[in-house]
Structure formats: C-alpha cells, structure tokens
Design a protein around this ligand. Structure first.
Ligand code: NAD
Ligand code: IPM
Ligand code: MN
Length: 355
C-alpha cells in the first residue's frame, strides 16, 4: 500500500465549498484501493485571521511543510471588510507559502473540453499549459511607499528577476514541452521592460540550445492576449513571469469555459518541499455560501496533485470523470455539491448515467 499525508486548507468564501467536493472525489478514487491519503485540515485564511489575529504562524508553516502535498481552496475575505484592514491574507498566506516552499513552477493547464460552453464560438483543439514563474517578479514585495497620503506619494513595486530563478523555470518549461508537443512560447514585454526582458531572452536562448527538438517563439504579453482569444489552439507550453502568468491564466480560464474549470499546481520540482494544488480562482465573495461555485477547478487540481504524487492512474480516473461530466453539462445549472456528487459517482463507476 502507498500512504500519503495531505494538508487541506479550505480557506474562505467558496474555498470550503469547492474543497469539500474535491475531497469527495478523493474518497471515491481511493476507495478500495491500496493507496491511502490521510488528510489534515488547517483552518487558515481571512476567517482564521479575524478570529485569532494570525495569518500564518511559523508553527503553521512548519506543520504544512511536513506533508506530502497541500490542497488549497481559496483565501481572501470580503472586499472592504474593516476587520481585514491591517492584514494582507494573499501575501501573508498564499505568497508566503509559495515562496517558503519554493514553488517556482506554477503550472496552469488549459483545455477546451469537448462539449463545453466556451465563450469562443469555435475555439478549436485547445490544450496548452502556462508555466508561470512563482517566486519572483513584481510579487516579491520589494517595494515601498513614501510620503503616503500626500500629493507627493511615491509607491514602488520592484520586479525581481534573477538569472537563477529565470533559468530554473525556463528549464522546467522546456522539459514540460518535451513531454507534450515540443512547442514553447515565451511571453514577456521585452520592448519596454528591457532589463528583465534581456535576461529572459538570453536565458531562453541558452536553454533552447539544449533542446533542439523544441520549437520556440516569443510574444509580447499584450499580443499574447490577442492570440489567446483568436487562436488559442496555437499554444502548447507558455512560459512567463509571475504577473503576466497571473493575468494570462485568468484569461485562459475564461476561454476554456469559465474560471471554475481552471486548475493549478504550485510545484517545487526538486521535491524538497510539498507542492500545493489550488484552483486558479479566488474566494469569490460574490457567490460564496450559495452553492453556485463550480468545483471542477478544485477537482482538476486534485488530479494534478495525484499525478504529482506518482498516482497517474488515479489522476486519469479523475480527469476522465470530469471530461464525461463536462460533456453532459446542459440545462439548469447544478449546485456545487451536485457537480461534485456527479463527478465522484463517475470516478466510482465510469458507466454512471445521467439521473
Ligand atoms: P475570484 O476568482 O474570486 O472571482 C472572480 C469572478 O469569478 C467572480 O465573479 C466569481 O464569482 C467568479 N468565480 C470564481 N470562482 C468561481 C467558481 N469556482 N465557479 C463559478 N464562478 C467563479 O477573483 P476576485 O473576485 O478578484 O477575488 C476574490 C478574493 O479572492 C480576493 O480576496 C482575492 O485576493 C482572492 N484570490 C485568492 C486566490 C487564491 O486563494 N488562490 C486566487 C485569486 C484571488
Ligand atoms: C492566483 C491569485 C494570486 C496570485 C493572488 C491571490 C495572490 O490571483 O493564484 O492567481 O496573484 O497569484
Ligand atoms: Mn490570479
């Protein structure tokens, strides 16, 4: 038997709603199998901060680090909640985890599943993955504000790009391309961000020489948004920096039929730290608590996790069930738990028919 220990951070808003469905599917896929995945829940997020004043303590971080993987729902409170004025849950929790656990490859796959209601009339055969750098760029918190509140306020966010950090994620993206269709598009804004752009270009060119079988092209990020809408089937692997990758992957989620379908893995490829799997979306305060959220992104993030843990068969059973469920979607919208139930039933028995 193979045993794994999984940390579960359901979080805020729709986080607990979608995570409950992913855990249902996890139960279904491990039932009667020699694989056992023990889960430990961690109450972290805006709710926990409001209750205790803690965002992520050193003890929390140490405990999370001891697991084989982390499954996260979403974190973030209701905009304007005065109780959150003094905290930043996104930085203090999510980014602290990504940075501390060295999640340098933020892997965000996009497929337009057969039968899905994409806003693109004829999306074509869309199947690409964005490898978003996860530990650098303008996210690092290297900035500051002076003269705050005066007419001369200055607010800086410095984008940090290191040769070490860029090379390792670029290398990861080339490796990803070799396991796919051998096409890599790197995205930046080299025409304006000339310093970071030159570093990225030099590193892509150098690593590219080691992968003669991978065809490489480059797009400025603004043009990349055009092609993601007009011809998304052209992409195989996209590699880009932390902020561009954030923006492109919400767009990718939208074209795939909704942000509720977009999964991600925050990967520490070296395996020194647990990787973390989460939907691309946030806590969606506008629909929280109403059973309106699509849990598919969380369920597909679970599949990415199973694959990462070496459980390729289990991962495939989950993605197959999702594929079947999506192809059957029509008519009245289902609740979050109805979608989770349907996918869990398909995992248990792929021959399950519509009830
Ligand atoms: P959001 O992704 O939470 O919501 C954007 C829109 O998408 C909303 O209309 C929402 O209802 C819809 N949506 C999101 N997930 C959905 C789902 N599963 N099914 C159906 N519709 C869905 O983005 P936001 O409103 O910009 O952010 C809300 C909060 O979440 C903020 O505090 C933000 O910082 C945080 N956030 C957290 C994460 C994370 O925990 N990984 C990611 C993104 C945003
Ligand atoms: C995401 C989110 C996060 C990000 C925020 C909440 C810090 O938008 O996972 O895409 O920008 O990475
Ligand atoms: Mn985002």
């Amino acid at each position: 038997s193979r045993e794994f220990s999984l940390a579960v951070v359901a979080g805020d808003g729709i986080g607990p709603e979608v995570t409950a469905e992913a855990l249902k599917v996890l139960d279904a896929v491990t039932a009667g199998s020699p694989v056992s995945i023990r889960t430990t829940e961690y109450a972290l997020g805006a709710g926990r901060y409001i209750e205790t004043g803690d965002v992520l303590t050193d003890e929390d971080l140490a405990a999370l680090t001891g697991h084989d993987a982390i499954l996260l729902g979403a974190v973030g409170g209701v905009p304007g909640d005065p109780r959150l004025a003094a905290a930043n849950i996104e930085r203090g929790l999510l980014l602290r985890l990504r940075f501390s656990l060295d999640h340098y490859a933020n892997v965000r796959p996009t497929r337009v599943y057969p039968g899905v209601a994409s806003p693109l009339a004829d999306a074509g055969d869309v199947d690409f993955v964005v490898v978003r750098e996860g530990t650098e760029g303008p996210y690092v918190g290297n900035g500051g504000t002076i003269r705050q509140g005066t007419p001369h306020e200055v607010a800086n966010e410095l984008s940090v790009n290191t040769a070490y950090g860029v090379e390792r994620v670029v290398r990861y993206a080339f490796e990803t391309a070799t396991r796919r269709r051998n096409r890599l598009t790197w995205v930046h804004k080299t025409n304006v961000l000339t310093n970071a752009g030159a570093l990225w270009r030099r590193i892509v060119d150098a690593v590219s020489a080691e992968y003669p079988g991978v065809a490489v092209d480059y797009l400025h990020v603004d043009a990349a948004t055009i092609f993601l809408v007009t011809d998304p089937a052209r992409f195989d692997v996209i590699v880009t920096d932390n902020l561009f990758g954030d923006i492109l992957t919400d767009l990718a989620g939208a074209i795939s039929g909704g942000i509720g379908l977009a999964a991600s893995g925050n990967i520490n490829p070296d395996g020194a730290f647990p990787s973390m799997f989460e939907p691309v979306h946030g806590s969606a305060p506008d629909i929280a608590g109403q059973q309106k959220a699509d849990p598919t992104a969380s369920i597909l993030s679970l599949a990415l996790m199973l694959d990462h843990l070496g459980l390729a068969d289990e991962a495939k059973r989950v993605t197959d069930a999702v594929t079947t469920d999506i192809a059957r979607r029509q008519g009245a919208p289902r609740t979050t738990s109805q979608i989770g139930d349907a996918i869990a039933a398909l995992v248990s028995d792929p021959a399950t028919t519509l009830s």
